[in-house]
Design a protein around this ligand. Sequence first.
Ligand code: FES
Length: 148
Amino acid sequence: MLPIIEAMSNAGNKVIAVLAARTKDLVILEEQVKEFATEVIVMTDDGSYGEKGLITEGIEKVINREKVDLCLTIGPAVMMKFVSLLTKKYEIPTLASLNTIMVDGTGMCGACRVTVSGKTRFVCVDGPEFDAHQVDFDEMLMRLKAYN
Ligand code: FES
């Protein structure tokens, strides 16, 4: 996310970053993100730092106060699923950077297979960014547990 924030900012975009973690100690890269983002909102599940609440609550506050042209989400698959559901409700184009299990990283093994717009895609060669509203996150979450 950091290089994307830097590039978006350098291209003249207003970038609002919402960072989230379970607790204060797990918040990462805040200072680096602050270097490039117009605004940084930190959310923690337990309220130990920033605002108390989930990332979706932080994002929805931004959506409710201003027009958002694009949302990029990177993090745990379940988080990206709920960010995607939120932005779909507001019809905000959203990109998710998927973090599937990868084995060969060359499009040969199929480990990173996901379904996007009803079609099979390989995250390693076709992604990792995809239109979040078209990703089958439930299937992805199930496949992430394949080696548990
Ligand atoms: S990691 Fe093997 S096909 Fe993508």
